[in-house]
Design a protein around this ligand. Structure first.
Ligand SMILES: Cc1ncc(COP(=O)(O)O)c(C=O)c1O
Length: 333
């Protein structure tokens, strides 16, 4: 028993999302690859943040908020989905979007997610990469309150213990889908950034009493720092669920080998992963998160870390809208 069903949630996502095979990539890599299509959660293009927002919007509505305020990079998928959730629930949306060093010169500031943020009616505050966007957001909260507004601040990536509950829910879906498909998974792989997706998924698997190793491929920081971040959030999520935080011990794995030069800067392996998935499965990944996640999965297969014939589930967390900000990396042919 856990507290999950007692915690307020609004239903936004198209779920359960499909869990399907990737037959062509499976034969290229000599492993059995499956994909959980969380890129198809339905909210303004979908993605993993929609699940987190189901709990975050419910928490915001419980405080009578009239505005959702959040923080991210200029091409934040989380910001896009927050803007869409705000629109759906009749709330205003304020986005603090930070510039990211080393990202493309053309389109990054105008196309992809930021274009959709504008279409969705969000008010955008662009800040340079030397400004502390968390502090900026706290100041903005103060200013909005002085104007009589009721803002609800959602942390970067929606990664609080409340947001992580969206992935506890997703873990429950996966558990029931693999039972239905009589599938025994050896590994789950996903891109890990602000940590809520990995922490929530792990909490959900722990809650279900199922031990499948979850490999987070780092996209925001080196592995040791990522493990620490995910562990803290996993412990908080377990506590929120009414479980013992000690259950987090030994569960968090992160691999920093595919991170490259930094957040938002795709590597050659990222581009290869995007191309392979698109051209063999018709599945579109993104240059910031899922392209790196899939690059990690492919390499861990090629290195033999994931053994031949093992069953591997990739969580497709979305993000393809960001591709339109990165056209220059695909314009060679
Ligand atoms: C497409 C996509 N995949 C993965 C992630 C990483 O999820 P998390 O921040 O919960 O670690 C994000 C976060 O923004 C994302 O937008």
């Amino acid at each position: 028993m856990s507290n999950l069903n007692a915690i307020p949630r609004v239903v936004i996502s198209h779920s359960p999302t499909v869990l399907e095979t990737m037959p062509n990539l499976s034969s290229i890599l000599n492993r059995n690859l499956y994909v959980k299509r969380d890129d198809c959660t339905g909210l303004a293009g979908g993605g993993n943040k929609t699940r987190k927002l189901e709990y975050l919007v419910a928490a915001a509505l419980a405080t009578n908020a009239d505005t959702l305020l959040t923080i991210g990079g200029i091409q934040s998928n989380h910001a896009r989905q927050t803007a869409a959730a705000a629109a759906k629930f009749g709330l205003s949306c304020e986005l603090v979007l930070e510039d990211v060093k080393g990202t493309p010169k053309i389109d990054y500031h105008q196309n992809g997610n930021i274009l959709l943020d504008k279409v969705l009616g969000a008010k955008i505050h662009c800040v340079s990469d030397d400004v502390n966007s968390n502090e900026y957001a706290l100041e903005l909260v103060k200013r909005l309150k002085q104007e009589g507004r009721k803002p609800y601040l959602i942390p970067v990536g929606g990664s609080s213990e409340i947001g992580s509950l969206g992935y506890v829910q997703c873990a429950q879906e996966i558990v029931s889908q693999i039972k239905q498909q009589a599938l025994v998974l050896d590994h789950i792989v996903l891109a890990t950034g602000s940590a809520g997706t990995q922490a929530g998924l792990l909490a959900g698997l722990i809650l279900a009493g199922i031990d499948i190793p979850v490999m987070g491929i780092c996209v925001s920081r080196p592995a040791a720092e990522q493990v620490a971040l995910v562990t803290v959030l996993l412990e908080k999520t377990l506590i929120l669920l009414g479980l013992d935080k000690k259950l987090a011990k030994g569960k968090v794995f992160a691999n920093g080998d595919y991170y490259g030069e930094g957040y938002g800067i795709p590597t050659n392996e990222t581009i290869e992963a995007i191309t392979l998935s698109a051209q063999h499965e018709g599945v579109i990944l993104d240059p910031v998160y899922t392209g790196k996640g899939m690059a990690g999965l492919i390499d861990l297969c090629r290195q033999g870390v994931f053994h031949e014939d093992s069953n591997i589930l990739f969580i497709h967390t979305g993000g393809s809208q960001g591709l339109f900000a990165y056209q220059e990396i695909f314009n060679h042919s």
